[in-house]
Design a binder for this molecule. Structure first.
Ligand SMILES: NC(=O)c1ccc[n+]([C@@H]2O[C@H](COP(=O)([O-])OP(=O)(O)OC[C@H]3O[C@@H](n4cnc5c(N)ncnc54)[C@H](OP(=O)(O)O)[C@@H]3O)[C@@H](O)[C@H]2O)c1
Length: 264
């Protein structure tokens, strides 16, 4: 077997959709895939509006099933399908404090944002990937899915754990159809919501930002590398995983966390 053709990270000719591709990790991924030659489509609820219009933009709230359907239709009409799907939309939207602070609505909203948004979009775009017998799907999860912190992020962590399990099951289902499915689990990454999370913690506990970061790190057991990830570092891993160089990888969950997960 000649694997030389597979040893490339060039994405020329590939159509890539990055959900939540206007900010943070999603934006870094969109820019990285475009640099590698892919035609990139990004989605978000709001247009970036800052002159960042180099990628094709679709406005959609992915917690609303009808908007996911409409986005799928626009993609099929404009691009006839997708080769690379990065399900990046997600985030922590519920308050700290454990089980007693979490309402049904909190649980529902975390599941809509972090799990069902990806499941619905995959379901719409997969028939065309199956027909062309190729494609790569990445689910952006979180180390919280493997290390829940009851007092900080219980519902978010549970929704990401469910995403991990779904991603593994989907990978197995699609393994003989030419489609690879992978999970990427970032640890703390320098994006606006993470910076706000640290700022809010500092404000609510009356300490400064540096001390807040230290205390939050202590609750997770710390980051051996002593710093957060840059969004571009996550993007670099995603680029490799969607490329022909990663042709034998499917069903695995990659932590990119500076060594923070306390498991082997
Ligand atoms: N940052 C971290 O430390 C960290 C750590 C582990 C995992 N993650 C995961 O990485 C992913 C990206 O996080 P991030 O920190 O980069 O987030 P971010 O900077 O807030 O970016 C989120 C993106 O998603 C869009 N978005 C948010 N809600 C949406 C919705 N309901 N429908 C459609 N688009 C929506 C946002 O645009 P609009 O607001 O305009 O919609 C934006 O483009 C998430 O899945 C998160 O759970 C992040």
């Amino acid at each position: 077997m000649n694997n030389k053709q597979n040893q490339t990270t060039d994405l020329t000719g590939k159509r890539a959709l990055v959900t939540g591709g206007t900010k943070g990790i999603g934006k870094a991924i969109a820019d990285e895939l475009a640099r590698a030659g892919a035609q990139v489509i990004v989605s978000a609820r709001n247009h970036p509006g800052d002159g960042n219009t180099e990628h094709y933009f679709i406005a959609a709230d992915l917690t609303k099933p009808e908007q996911v359907t409409k986005m799928g239709q626009e993609i099929m009409e404009q691009f006839q399908g997708i080769d690379i799907l990065i399900n990046n939309v997600g985030g922590l939207t519920t308050p700290p404090g454990g089980f007693s602070t979490l309402t049904d609505e909190h649980w529902e909203s975390e599941l809509q944002l972090n799990l069902l948004s990806a499941i619905r979009l995959d379901k719409i775009l997969l028939p065309q990937m199956i027909e062309q017998q190729s494609g790569v799907i990445i689910h952006i999860s979180s180390v919280s899915g493997r290390q829940p912190l009851w007092n900080l992020n219980m519902a978010y962590a549970v929704s990401k754990a469910a995403l991990n399990s779904y991603s593994k099951a989907l990978a197995t289902e699609l393994a003989t159809k030419g489609i690879r499915v992978l999970t990427v689990s970032p640890g703390a990454t320098k994006t606006p919501p993470m910076e706000k999370f640290i700022q809010d913690y500092a404000t609510s506990t009356g300490i400064n930002i540096e001390e807040a970061f230290k205390q939050l790190l202590a609750q997770t057991g710390g980051i051996p590398m002593g710093r957060m990830a840059e969004p571009e570092e996550v993007a670099s891993l995603v680029h490799f995983l969607v490329s022909p160089s990663a042709a034998y990888l499917t069903g695995t969950n990659y932590a990119i966390d500076g060594g923070s997960l306390p498991v082997v």
